[in-house]
Design a protein around this ligand. Structure first.
Ligand SMILES: [Fe+2]
Length: 171
């Protein structure tokens, strides 16, 4: 599994976004999820199935927290704000979350059955990478650059710690 790099994102945003706030933290969560997937695959390669299963549960919980934050707060607020009228992007992001959850279930079932999940993890990684790139390149910039800064700041700080309490902790 390849760790996704994001040179385009960094270059495209330049110095225009507030460092360490909102956008950066959500992207950092994406990076941590990718790292967790890599570590699961490393455990499988080493033959440590039980450790891989445990790490997959951690990954799953972290991903669910991240998606919950987006689905319960960020996506609805973005739609309601009317920043981009008739924006189809949010619908696509919801659908992709569903696809990712489906792949999570498939991996989980295979882990329990025979542990042969390398290809399934590759597929999950590809789904995640494509989805996260879309969020990072289109959704987060629109949310954090076009929305009223006070609104976004209040939104982010009021929900992030409650919904993703361990986000700042190392894996
Ligand atoms: Fe995300």
């Amino acid at each position: 599994m390849q760790l996704r790099s994001k040179p385009v994102l960094t270059a495209s945003l330049g110095g225009t976004r507030p460092e360490g706030f909102g956008h950066g933290q959500l992207c950092a969560e994406h990076d941590r999820l990718g790292l967790q997937l890599q570590r699961i695959q490393a455990e499988l390669t080493a033959g440590s199935l039980e450790t891989a299963k445990a790490k997959f549960q951690q990954f799953r919980a972290a991903l669910e927290s991240h998606q919950r934050l987006e689905e319960t707060i960020l996506f609805p607020q973005f739609r309601q704000s009317g920043i981009v009228p008739d924006c189809e992007l949010i619908g696509e992001l919801y659908e992709e979350h569903e696809m990712i959850r489906g792949q999570i279930e498939t991996v989980q079932a295979s882990l329990e059955r025979d542990g042969k999940v390398n290809e399934l993890l590759e597929q999950l990684g590809a789904l995640l990478n494509a989805h996260e790139s879309k969020e990072e390149l289109f959704f987060y910039p629109m949310l954090f650059h076009l929305a009223d800064p006070d609104f976004v700041a209040e939104l982010f700080h009021s929900v992030h710690r409650r919904l993703v309490p361990n986000a700042a902790e190392p894996i």
